[in-house]
Design a protein around this ligand. Structure first.
Ligand SMILES: Nc1nc2c(ncn2[C@@H]2O[C@H](COP(=O)(O)OP(=O)(O)OP(=O)(O)O)[C@@H](O)[C@H]2O)c(=O)[nH]1
Length: 393
């Protein structure tokens, strides 16, 4: 399906930048437009793939192009004040060619954390297309203020979008890696998962020999109803064979192993479905209770079959308890992999969010306490014990 991507803040901008790169590298054709919005000039200049005229610097009169320093209330204020500048960039998008907006932001900082929910609210008011969010949670080692920002932004962002897809940096953090190197890898992971998911809805029926192609309306229906979503992924390398090719069809020779191949293909698919659902999700959670799910099987058409997808769907129904499990193919000829991507929408049993909120509340209490004490402490430092000194004026 065709997306208008808006990256808000540094993380948002970088992820959208990687999306544009992925799109041209793989030819998946999902990025109809890409915009980056930031209060920091340097962050916008560091982007590589988003066109210059689609990079919007906001809040210049307030922060002079230096960012908001993790103050997400200021981030939200600036976004509201300068929403017309963002709209100016959105105006250049042919919205009639777009199936949905996707607003991407790291929720732990200031600009994206505060600005993304403001923009989502604005877009929803103006356009009829769905507005989705992709929110990145900070690592638990980033500290109290980032956690507090994320918890407050999460609450607001979920309310303002048609669905909030979440990626948890904490679940993907690797030790012993430089921060930027780590983020590059993490961003690749994000883009791969969401790229396959949204790319699936871009394949026209008949474009490839596919059993049942995922349609963009199936993605939209899975996301409709709102709430929070997470995405699972698993892949396996496969050999490109010519089985089912013209020669074998003409001669009727399928190598005599078609039955075995079918069983093998089916088993591979069902095992990839399990791995994707039970492995590391973008937001780790209990999959039981997920309201809706979509299974996308991507790979060379001869390695995909209806039976495997049907079995995978049934298994997902059992595991989630949902009756709304959709599924289909995303045929990609020439790919050396079969991959399973599972979108779980409307997840509610998410211990990580509860933990984030707990830490955020502690941080908030702590900040309030320190602020209250701060006046007293400063006073006792500055004034002399017997009050013998007089200030100058
Ligand atoms: N996955 C991912 N997360 C990132 C990346 N860069 C930053 N983050 C995360 O996003 C959070 C927000 O950081 P930024 O996006 O830099 O913040 P900002 O929105 O630009 O806001 P200010 O810098 O405060 O003006 C951080 O706490 C990190 O958790 C990135 O490239 N990839």
């Amino acid at each position: 399906m065709k997306l208008a991507l808006v990256g808000f803040g540094q993380a948002g901008g970088k992820i959208v930048d990687s999306f544009v790169d992925y799109d041209s590298r793989t030819g998946s054709d999902i990025v109809r437009a890409a915009v980056a919005v930031n209060t920091a000039k340097a962050d916008l200049m560091g982007l590589e793939n988003i066109p210059n005229e689609q990079r919007v610097l906001i809040g210049q009169s307030r922060v002079k192009g230096h960012g908001v320093g993790a103050d997400n209330e200021l981030g939200a204020e600036i976004a509201e004040e300068d929403i017309d500048e963002v709209q100016g960039a959105v105006d250049s998008i042919p919205v009639h060619e777009v199936d949905a907006f996707l607003v991407v932001a790291g929720l732990g900082g200031g600009t994206g954390s505060g600005g993304a929910p403001v923009l989502a609210k604005h877009l929803k008011r103006i356009y009829t297309e769905p507005v989705y969010g992709l929110g990145v949670l900070p690592g638990s080692d980033e500290g109290g203020i980032y956690t507090l920002n994320a918890a407050r932004s999460f609450q607001t962002f979920v309310r303002e979008v048609d669905n909030l897809m979440v990626f948890d940096n904490d679940a993907w953090r690797k030790t012993g890696e430089s921060v930027s190197g780590g983020y590059d890898e993490i961003n690749e992971e994000i883009v791969k998962r969401f790229g396959i998911l949204f790319g699936a809805g871009e394949v026209e029926a008949g474009q490839e020999v596919a059993e049942s192609v995922v349609d963009s309306s199936e993605i939209i229906n899975t996301l409709s109803g709102g709430g929070v979503s997470t995405v699972g992924y698993a892949s396996e390398e496969v050999e490109e064979r010519s089985s089912g090719g013209l020669l074998s069809r003409l001669t009727g020779d399928d190598g005599g192993s078609d039955g075995l191949d079918t069983a093998h293909t089916t088993n591979r698919i069902t095992s990839l479905v399990r791995k994707a659902a039970l492995g590391r999700l973008t937001l780790p959670c209990e999959i039981e209770g997920a309201e809706r799910a979509l299974l996308v099987m991507a790979g060379p058409p001869q390695h995909l079959n209806r039976k495997g997808i049907e079995r995978g769907r049934k298994w997902l129904e059992e595991q989630t308890g949902s009756m709304e499990v959709r599924g289909g193919d995303y045929p990609v000829s020439g790919s050396g992999f079969v991959a399973s991507v599972i979108l779980l929408s409307g997840v509610t049993n998410v211990p990580r969010i509860k933990e984030l909120q707990q830490v955020a509340i502690e941080a908030q209490d702590n900040i309030d306490e320190i602020r209250q004490e701060s006046d007293e402490n400063l006073d006792s430092l500055v004034s002399d014990d017997e009050d013998e000194l007089e200030s100058l004026f």
